[in-house]
Design a protein around this ligand. Structure first.
Ligand code: ADP
Ligand code: ASP
Ligand code: MG
Length: 791
């Protein structure tokens, strides 16, 4: 069992570690890291000493001393802490005197972290009643003299481990071994590289044929992405050795890249588990793997890299370019993470750690001096601030369309790709991108490969539709969970107040920011798969546009933003197309009826829509039906309002403006570039500017007369919209009572599509066109469409 720095950061953490070990019977060996952050502190002290800052150096040593005393307090007195800290202080004083730190002394310096930690861990373990003994790994892990990332001599180490550890295990003593450090055959301290304690554990487990190696850490296992970048990342239950190796190589720092080799060779499985949740199964790394539907299991990023490019037409035909590049990189000591060469041989790009650039560039300059002077190679360019994003998974081999999906996702997120490489194993694909875009890119790719399962919902407006939507979302929860999906409401904004929480737990409401600030807050929170749902009736065109430009999806039941200036409409459609996100507005029209969907299908299948006519207003349909039944205009209007059929201000309906808006949305969906002023509008009730009641009182007698006259002719009055090639017109019309429009009752909507195909018998859609419930159901339908697309 290995416990990382994140698992031994304090007294409580050491105690937790001890109880986890003690809970398992049978022979166990424990490997511990330095207390979290100590290795960095030691390096910092070394840098102070080298620069001649003794006071600062001494301060760091004292901080380390105090922290270790505090952590060991309940385990009893540990004189070894002071002895080690004194020894550390004299090493640093030596460095301070000569103002120089060599790789060899640096390895000795950082060894103090683990050497201080192991005795404390052993002491806590002893306190549980198990016998434990702290062991210095330098006594038996033998390496070469590559001090800061040494290579292990397997045979000598196996012999050493057997003779040093086996007798203890046989006696029931738990050896508590320092991770990370080792020694050369002459006993000079070396390290296995940063994060190397994982490797120590795997090495001993492999060489001594353990049943399993357990790596205890602060996350539930290997996740689909670094949880610090993607909060929705999930734990993978099974990962193969090769996948795990590729993942850690490309930046999943939960495991040191070399960890897998010794266990793979010996067939010893590795389990990664969380000290915070010992019930969770964690991730099992073994020969076998689990395939995910799209093949990709993890998205990783390595930050702080640079792209070094050699280019020039003259490179075609220069002998041994690749070999000479590799020689130069080797001599400069740079670790090339990625290399790509265009088949034209005109450019070669290398991605290396940013700190390796100066040495690499000068090595390349001298290797290609001749060619540079002759102009065959035009330049050696350096692009700083690069990150490498990789997608990894065994299932990718043999799945088509993976790179297409990757580039689409990056393109849609507005991320520029600098260079591309695919591992020969087809286990990974890597791209170089701008470092500043790394987290956004990781999130976008994580979603594109179906690894994100939470659709975030920000609700704007919480009236009748909003409230019933919230309830419906709650009701769909179990069904969604079965499909591994969650619709999570992360905030609700009303006109004056709002709350927001990433976890989706409603908060006390605070003053609502301006629309701009609201969008920038959402951007800052870095939500992925965020759907902003507008169920207001305000002019929120700027908000819709800002959301679409920020890459959020928008679902709206609010028709105002879509029926304003044509340029606004065009901008929104363009923003949506540019970012590849969704803008769903099915419920702006006929509540839950699939009107826009039908229209789109007709156009997609090659039909031409000639005209659309019908009653588009549930409210006015209801009012007209009640009038026909002999109810007065004033009564009919107040009934409609009480039933929730009207817009918040009933004048919106009675003026015909609401119908005009819908007609405009349909006309635009049909491709017409119309302005609102071009819709010919005859209000149902004229003179509304004088006030609702006055207008109704004035118009009621005129209307009653028209109704009677129509009835005598076998007709009824309906508020009809017509969208034709010649224009868009809405107004009160007399229609045959027995016809499709005349027979319409109550708040139902009807739409009659005449198309080239549906010529003799038009296509008719009819159904309830108003009401909070049906509208909310329609909005939920739009949300589910987006959720499904994500899956
Ligand atoms: P330890 O001290 O236990 O060795 P590390 O900090 O070295 O812990 O490694 C654990 C950390 O690795 C996690 O806290 C997490 O932030 C990071 N990490 C990066 N990528 C991944 C990933 N794909 N899965 C899990 N953890 C990851
Ligand atoms: N303490 C070392 C480091 O911080 C090794 C480890 O924790 O694995 O790199
Ligand atoms: Mg680690």
């Amino acid at each position: 069992m290995k416990f990382g720095g994140t698992s031994v950061g304090s007294r409580e953490r050491y105690q937790r570690m001890a109880s986890l070990v003690a809970a398992v019977s049978g022979p166990i060996a424990v490997v511990v890291s330095a207390m979290g952050g100590t290795t960095d502190q030691l390096l910092e002290a070394g840098a102070h000493a080298e620069a001649g800052r003794w006071d600062e150096t001494a301060d760091v040593v004292e901080a380390i001393r105090t922290r270790h005393h505090a952590a060991s307090k309940t385990a009893g007195d540990l004189p070894v802490i002071d002895a080690r800290c004194d020894e550390l202080a004299s090493l640093l004083h030596g460095i301070y005197l000569v103002r120089e730190i060599s790789p060899r002394s640096r390895a000795l310096l950082v060894s103090f972290g683990e050497r201080l930690s192991a005795p404390i861990a052993a002491r806590y373990l002893g306190a549980t009643g198990r016998r434990a003994s702290d062991i210095d790994a330098r006594d038996f892990i033998v390496t070469n003299a590559h001090y800061d990332e040494a290579a292990v001599d397997m045979d000598l180490t196996r012999q050493g481990a057997e003779s040093c550890l086996r007798p203890l295990l046989d006696e029931g003593v738990i050896p508590v071994i320092t991770g990370f450090i080792a020694a050369t055959p002459d006993g000079i301290t070396t390290t296995l590289g940063r994060g190397g304690s994982d490797y120590t554990a795997a090495l001993l487990g492999g060489l001594m044929n353990a049943d399993e190696v357990w790596i205890w850490t602060d996350v539930d296992g290997i996740l689909t992405a670094d949880p610090r970048l993607v909060s929705e990342a999930r734990t993978l239950s099974r990962v193969s050795f090769r996948e795990a190796a590729e993942m850690s190589y490309f930046g999943a720092r939960v495991l040191h890249p070399r960890t897998m080799l010794p266990c793979m060779a010996a067939g010893v499985p590795i389990r990664i588990r969380s000290t915070f949740d010992s019930q969770a199964q964690g991730t099992l790394v073994s020969e076998e793997t689990e395939l995910l539907p799209m093949g990709v299991k993890t998205v990783t990023a390595i930050r702080d890299m640079a792209l070094v490019t050699l280019d020039g037409r003259g490179m075609v035909g220069i002998v041994g370019v690749a070999r000479r590049i590799f020689q130069a990189t080797e001599s400069s000591g740079a670790n090339v993470v990625m290399i790509s060469q265009a088949s034209s041989e005109q450019t070669v790009s290398l991605v290396v750690g940013a700190d390796a650039v100066p040495d690499l560039v000068s090595a390349l300059r001298s290797a290609f001096e001749l060619e540079l002077n002759a102009g065959w190679i035009e330049r050696i360019g350096v692009r700083p601030d690069v990150a490498i994003l990789s997608i990894i998974g065994q299932g990718m081999a043999g799945t088509t369309g993976i790179s297409g999906k990757l580039f689409n996702a990056l393109g849609a997120a507005g991320v520029n790709v600098g260079a591309i490489a695919q591992g020969a194993s087809e286990l990974s694909i890597s791209v170089a991108i701008d470092d500043g875009e790394a987290s956004r890119a990781v999130r976008a790719v994580h979603t594109a490969f179906g690894l994100t399962r939470i659709v975030h919902v920000m609700l704007i407006g919480c009236g009748r539709v909003g409230k019933s939507l919230v309830q419906m979302i709650e009701q769909t929860r179990p069904a969604m969970a079965e499909r591994d999906l969650e619709l999570r409401i992360i905030g609700v904004a009303r006109s004056k107040t709002w709350w927001m929480s990433r976890q989706g737990t409603p908060q006390p409401e605070v003053e609502r920011p301006s629309d701009d600030d609201l969008v920038s807050t959402l951007v800052r929170e870095r939500f992925t798969d965020l759907v902003v749902v507008d169920v207001t009736a305000s002019d929120l065109a700027p908000l819709h546009l800002a959301c679409l430009r920020a890459g959020f999806h928008v679902v709206t039941a609010n028709k105002v933003p879509l029926s304003g200036k044509f340029t606004d409409y065009r901008d929104m459609v363009e923003a949506r197309n540019a970012r590849g996100n969704r803008y769903e507005y099915e419920t702006t029209f006929g509540a839950g009826l699939p009107v826009l969907h039908t229209l789109k299908e007709l156009v997609h299948t090659g039909d031409t829509v000639v005209s659309v006519a019908g009653c588009f207003s549930g409210t006015l349909g209801f009012v007209c039906t009640r009038l026909g039944e002999g109810v007065s205009l004033a009564e009919a209007v107040s009934e409609a309002s009480a039933l929730g059929y009207t817009e918040p201000d009933p004048r919106e309906d009675l003026s015909g403006r609401d119908v005009a808006r819908k007609a405009l949305i349909i006309a635009r969906a049909m491709g017409r570039q119309l302005e609102p002023s071009e819709v010919v509008l005859h209000p149902l009730v004229p003179g509304l500017d004088a006030g609702l009641d006055t207008a109704i009182a004035d118009f009621a007698p005129v209307l009653a007369e028209r109704i009677t006259a129509a009835a005598e002719r076998g007709g009824v009055l309906r508020y009809v919209a017509e969208i034709r090639e010649s224009g868009v017109e809405v107004g009160l019309k007399e229609v045959v009572a027995a016809g499709p429009i005349g027979s319409l009752q109550g708040p139902d909507n009807i739409l009659v599509f005449k198309t080239r195909r549906y010529d003799a018998y038009p296509l008719v859609i009819r159904g309830p066109g108003a009401g909070a419930e049906v509208t909310a159901a329609g909005v939920l339908g739009d949300l589910l469409k987006i959720a499904q697309a994500i899956q």
